[in-house]
Design a protein around this ligand. Structure first.
Ligand code: FES
Length: 615
């Protein structure tokens, strides 16, 4: 792929956007509809109408009649049930106030309500609806959604974000547009590295087809809410590519400089080099190679997050067509320069003397691998090797396999399978260490994706780093949790009339964190050969209805993708059980679900002010 360069102008989040133009009110643009006799509208009492799909509130005030959209732009309460005081229309739910004549909102950040002209003909009221009102209303919805999204992000309001997402999706905005908006904001409005919010938004794009369409808005709201929580509202300091001259440095020089400035933790210099590559229109493979090389120049940088997030960044950019790349590329530099380099930690002091000589001959290993005819790997058998207690023989075997022509992708698959085994064997007694088990699983999948994108000798180092980390994590399986046995069923041999009933039961188990029961049920579902898509939907829904954190999303992606890659029923089973175990074991809240459900109800025209439990 070739990069877009220069970028199309990004959204400017630093300036308040102008409100949408008011609908035209010239008589030629209007179609007037009869409403009722003037006598039917009492002074100060709103009267609702529904005309050609438009919901209106009509008021008599002093000597005139006025009409506006009946749905309060805050949360949809009927404005016909409000009141008018001194020409100010007051919504009776949360008391937003509007100029009755123009619809202008008195709240600084409140949306205006659309107003419509009224004509009185022989004591009968007529309301003017603009021609093409439906498309104008749709455009207003898009504009309002974009403004509300930015406001929600600035205010860190999940409900405003959910309202915006719902409105944008309803008005036809694509997930790519919404995700691009979020990625750009998330990169621009912080000085930090690649955050969990932008990673979740990228995962939203990656997993879009794996989740129930009814959960799509909820997924977007998750990512955007986390972005809001991790941005400050002030912009990242500006940086620019190098000037273009006839003496531009070549790629070898730029890569050497890039690695040196990352080594020196000089963030500004490294950012400028990355922006220069983008500005020069270098292919994605070149940018990937620079970033993946820097991410593996040190031992398992940031518990593998530097490489994992670098891969997510490229996936996100691909998903949004590289729009806004000059900004979205920048945060990863922070991850490369500031995260822990494990050769500097005491924990890795045993591993460094073992790994250093292997990494010194990495080019030679790579050349041997590329020259050898490709040899297939027994993924299952090698996974058992990777789960060994001592990293030294594992490192040796990886080198042997590479020299024999085994693809790095196959070794990544074995490492990911090992991550899944670590997860299903992770005992609940280790309560606080879920992140560690997630890191190896997610890292191995990220490395697999990185090899698909930009394989290189330098990237091979990531395999050795991951192998050592997998060994260090062996204590996570002490004691080792039981994995459901073949043919194992729930206590009492609970029976089900349909696969759907099984999945409903799975959600109940998740509600009460009945992890073992959930695993046994999923095991049964897989053994009985039911459709995998509804199971995926259910696992994703269980996660999305909670205020899930990044690792839950990562586990789901690794499990789903590696389930597809394998033709071995046992490997497939373990990946799906790993997802089940991780998702059902977490204790979280449901605020994002409630906000999104409320926003969707509003979009459908339901009243939040109505009680659900009314008789
Ligand atoms: S102020 Fe009208 S719905 Fe909240």
């Amino acid at each position: 792929m070739t990069l877009r360069t220069p970028d199309s102008a990004p959204a400017d989040f630093d300036n308040d956007q102008a409100p949408p133009p008011a609908p035209s009110t010239t008589a030629e643009d209007m179609v007037f509809h009869e409403l009722c006799p003037t006598a039917d509208v009492e002074e100060g009492v709103g009267k609702p109408f529904s005309i050609d799909g438009n919901h209106l509130a009509v008021y008599r005030y002093e000597d005139g009649f006025y009409a506006c959209d009946n749905r309060c732009p805050h949360m949809g309460y009927p404005l016909s049930e409000g009141s008018v005081r001194d020409g100010v229309l007051i919504c009776h739910w949360h008391h937003w106030e509007f100029d009755l004549k123009t619809g202008g909102c008195f709240l600084t950040n409140g949306d205006d309500v659309a107003s419509f002209p009224i004509d009185v003909r022989d004591d009968v009221l007529f309301v003017g609806i603009p021609k093409g009102a439906k498309s104008a209303a749709r455009q207003r919805l898009v504009d309002r959604g974009k403004r509300a999204l930015e406001q929600g992000l600035k205010d860190r309001s999940t409900f405003l974000i959910a309202k915006a997402v719902t409105a944008l999706r309803e008005s036809g905005a694509t997930p790519q547009e919404i995700i691009q908006h979020g990625l750009f904001y998330g990169a621009h409005k912080t000085s930090d590295g690649w955050s969990s919010g932008v990673a979740i938004l990228t995962l939203c794009g990656n997993l879009w087809d794996d989740i129930d369409p009814a959960d799509h808005n909820l997924f977007l709201v998750h990512g955007l809410t986390q972005i809001a929580n991790r941005t400050s509202g002030s912009s990242r300091r500006q940086r620019f590519p190098f000037p273009r001259t006839s003496a531009d440095p070549d790629l070898v020089t730029l890569k050497r400089w890039f690695r040196r400035y990352i080594d020196l933790r000089d963030r500004g210099a490294a950012e400028r080099i990355l922006l220069t590559l983008h500005d020069r229109g270098e292919p994605v493979s070149v940018l990937s190679d620079f970033v993946f090389t820097a991410a593996t120049d040190f031992y398992f940088t940031g518990d593998g997050h530097a490489l994992d997030f670098a891969n997510k960044m490229f996936e996100g950019l691909d998903y949004v067509g590289w729009e806004g790349a000059h900004e979205i590329l920048r945060p990863i530099i922070v991850d490369l320069v500031s995260r822990t380099r494990h050769e500097e930690t005491s924990r890795w002091q045993d591993a460094v003397p073992v790994l250093a000589p292997v990494l010194d001959r990495i080019e030679e290993i790579w050349d041997a691998n590329q020259a050898a005819p490709e040899e297939t790997l027994d993924v299952s058998a090698f996974t058992k090797i990777m789960l060994g207690d001592d990293f030294e023989p594992i490192v040796e075997q990886i080198e042997q396999k590479l020299r024999a022509g085994v693809s790095p992708l196959a070794l990544c698959r074995a490492m990911t399978y090992a991550g899944a085994v670590r997860t299903v064997r992770f005992h609940l007694k280790n309560e606080g260490d879920w992140h560690d088990v997630a890191n190896i699983y997610s890292y191995a999948h990220g490395l697999y994706r990185a090899f698909q994108r930009a394989p290189s000798a330098q990237l091979l180092r990531g395999l050795f780093h991951g192998a050592v980390f997998t060994t260090y994590m062996r204590w996570l399986n002490m004691p080792s949790a039981r994995v459901p046995r073949e043919g194992q069923r729930l206590l009492g041999e609970e029976s089900f009339d349909s696969p759907k009933q099984m999945l409903d039961r799975l959600q109940e188990f998740a509600d009460f964190q009945k992890v073992a029961e959930a695993e046994i049920l999923v095991n049964q579902y897989l053994e009985e050969g039911h459709d995998i898509a509804p199971l995926r939907h259910t696992l994703a829904h269980i996660m999305l209805r909670e205020d899930a954190e990044l690792h839950m999303f990562q586990i789901l992606e690794a499990a789903f993708r590696h389930y597809e890659l394998s033709s071995d029923p046992e490997e497939k089973r373990i990946h799906m059980l790993a997802a089940t175990r991780y998702i059902t074991a977490q204790k979280v809240m449901k605020n994002i679900l409630w906000s999104t459900e409320n926003a969707e109800r509003l979009q459908r025209g339901e009243l939040l002010s109505d009680r659900d439990d009314d008789d």
